[in-house]
Design a protein around this ligand. Sequence first.
Ligand SMILES: Cc1cc2nc3c(=O)[nH]c(=O)nc-3n(C[C@H](O)[C@H](O)[C@H](O)COP(=O)(O)O)c2cc1C
Length: 352
Amino acid sequence: MLDFREIFGEFGTRALQQLQPEVAHDIAMKFLSLDPLRFFPLTALDPSNVSFQMEVPGIGLLPHPVGLAAGFDKNAVAVSALTRLGFSSIEIGAVTPLAQAGNPRPRLFRYRSEQSLINRMGFNNDGIGPIRARLKTRKLLSSSNVTCPLGVNIGKNKDTVPDAAIDDFLEVHAGFKDLADFFVINLSSPNTPGLRDLATPEFIGKVARQFGSEVKKTWIKFDPDMNRDSFQKLIEATGNSGLAGLVLTNTHRVKTPEVGGLSGRPLLARSNTALEWAWDVHRGKIPMIGVGGILTGGDIVEKISRGASAVQIYTALAYRGPWVVAGLLNEAGIRLRELGFASLHEAYGSHY
Ligand SMILES: Cc1cc2nc3c(=O)[nH]c(=O)nc-3n(C[C@H](O)[C@H](O)[C@H](O)COP(=O)(O)O)c2cc1C
C-alpha cells in the first residue's frame, strides 16, 4: 500500500523533472537541508529476507552496499536528510581548498529516454571553511541524529597548477581529518582541465608518500576512459601504495550532445569493465566501490559479482526519487534469489 511519503516522493520527483535539471537539484537540496524526515520514523529498508550486509575494508560493516556518490551534496548541506533516505554511506564534495563558482550555467543536462545526465559543473563548492563548519555543527548534534560513514571527495582548485595539486589534496584532507570516515582523491572528473592527467603511477606514489599513514583511509577514483594497459598500470601502483581502495568509476567524457561527463544507464558497461580490468590485476586484494550506471537492483548485483564491496549512485536518485535505496534493495533481493544466492555477500566476485 502506498503511504503518503511514497505519494509525496513520486509527485515531487515528477514535478522536479519538469524543471531545468540544476534548478531541480537546487530545490531538492534546499528542501533536504531542512531535514524534513526528522519527525518521522525511518522506513524499514529491507523487506526481503536476503542479507545485504557487506564488509568494506577501512569503512566498516555496512547494513547494505548502497552509498551516495560524490557530487550530489557537494557542500554537505543535507547529510542528515540523505542518511534518513537510507544510504549506507555518503560522500560529500568534491571539496577544493578555496570556494569556486564552477562553470557557467547551463552545465547539467538530462536525457530522460536514456536515463542519463551530462554535467560540466567544474567543482562548484563552498571550499573547506564553510563545509567544515557545517559538518562540525552536525557532529555536535549527532547524538540526536542518524549517522552513517561519511566520505569527503577531494578536488583541486581550477587555478592550481598540476605541480601544486598534491598540496590542494593535502589541504582538503587536513581540513576534514577529524570529521570524515574516509576520503576519495578524485583524479577523474572530466571538467577540471588537467585533472585526469594526474592519474599516473608516479603521482599515486607521491600521494602515498605525502599522505603517510592516512593513505589507509584514502581511496582513489578513476575515470572509465583509459585504455586497458594504462588503467592496469594505475591499479598496480594503487596496490603498491597502501591506499584504501578504488572507486570505479567517474563519468565518461563526451563532446556531444554536450561537452561534459556522462552518467547513468549508458555508463554501466564501461564502469563494469573497469571493475573487471582492475580485478584482473589484484584478484580481490584491493577493495573496490562500484559506481556508474546503476539504475536497478540487478545492476548492484552485477557490480558486487564483479568484485565491488559496495556501490554508489547519483543519477538513479535523480530519476527514481527519494525512496530509490529501498527500491533498489527490493530488486536486488529478487535478483539474488533468481541467481540462487542467500546473501549479497555470496555474490561477491562470483562473475570470475
Ligand atoms: C552533477 C554531477 C556532479 C558530480 N560531481 C562529482 C564530483 O564532484 N566528484 C566526483 O568524484 N564525482 C562527481 N560526479 C560523478 C558521480 O559521483 C558518479 O561517479 C557518476 O555520476 C556515475 O554514477 P551514476 O551513473 O550513478 O550517476 C558527479 C556526477 C554528476 C551527475
